[in-house]
Design a protein around this ligand. Sequence first.
Ligand code: ATP
Ligand code: MG
Length: 333
Amino acid sequence: MTALLEADNISRHFRVRDSGRWFGGGATLKAVDGVSFRLDPGRTLGVVGESGCGKSTTARLALGLLPLSGGAVRFEGEPVRAANDAAWRLLRQRMQLVFQDTMGALDRRIAVGRQILEPLQIHGIGGPDEQRAQAMTLLEAVGLKPHVFDRYPHELSGGQRQRVVLARALILKPRLIACDEPIAALDVSIQAQVINLLLDLQERFKVAYLFISHDLKVVRQVSHEVAVMYLGRIVEQGAPGRLFRQPEHPYTRALVSAIPVASPQRTRQRLLLSGDPPNPVDVPSGCAFHTRCPSATSVCRARTPELRALPDGHRVACHLAHGDTGTHASVAA
Ligand SMILES: Nc1ncnc2c1ncn2[C@@H]1O[C@H](COP(=O)(O)OP(=O)(O)OP(=O)(O)O)[C@@H](O)[C@H]1O
Ligand SMILES: [Mg+2]
């Protein structure tokens, strides 16, 4: 089967000023550095990792919103390039982006119904009655009442606005929606509703999600596959059940150990990460995680681990992971 979305060794480097450097010279920040993944139709790839690890940049590269420094992205087998031409606009109808700032995503001077049907107008699809009918159908699909059509963004709650944004994203029948922290700005009670809505919409419209969130519990709930990023690279990737039950990378273990446990009878030993994430313009040699890793050896300081498949297909970029017992074997230098 052709992948819906395929990223092949993609990277994005930024030239930045680095005041920490002698003579105040420029430096290269590798926001995304050699990331590969595949997303099949109707599936969800969850992406997690600390702030600044490259999640949003990965999504923007995947949608052709930002030029690549290296590698390639394909959508339904066609190359995705960051070029604002007719071919790109056609491709963009089939891939949409939803993010947390709903006020920023919507125009506050225009009633939301018109904003939902606007993509149809822009692409000249259907007449006015048909466009309105489609917008109404989508309002209903995202759980909003018909009278919301004539409301303005500031008259709606954050949760309602996110529903409007989803309706607008869906009106061109996309095959992919990149959801970048779609629930981060919402109340906890509303978050669950929007997550359930995303799951319903996936079922109904067979849309795939590239789902970015800080909330590991939510990522576990919605994803068919999860990628963990650290400083621009994927360090672990696999099915959520496997990844959350038996994380292989020490970084994933630390993230998983910080997930709150619902039952008071159950406790989980929290593994604290020592130190702050390194400066992204000065990434440590070898395994970039070695400065915070409790098990690091001299090999980890010297050699960058590749993302490799364990016998069960689960992937990890750690010299010490073997996937047998969940404990780390020691490796001689
Ligand atoms: N236009 C840019 N110029 C320079 N550096 C950038 C630019 N965009 C992103 N970066 C840097 O690239 C790295 C990755 O940023 P990105 O926004 O992808 O992280 P993120 O994982 O989405 O973080 P967050 O969870 O905070 O949203 C960060 O170090 C960021 O400062
Ligand atoms: Mg981000």
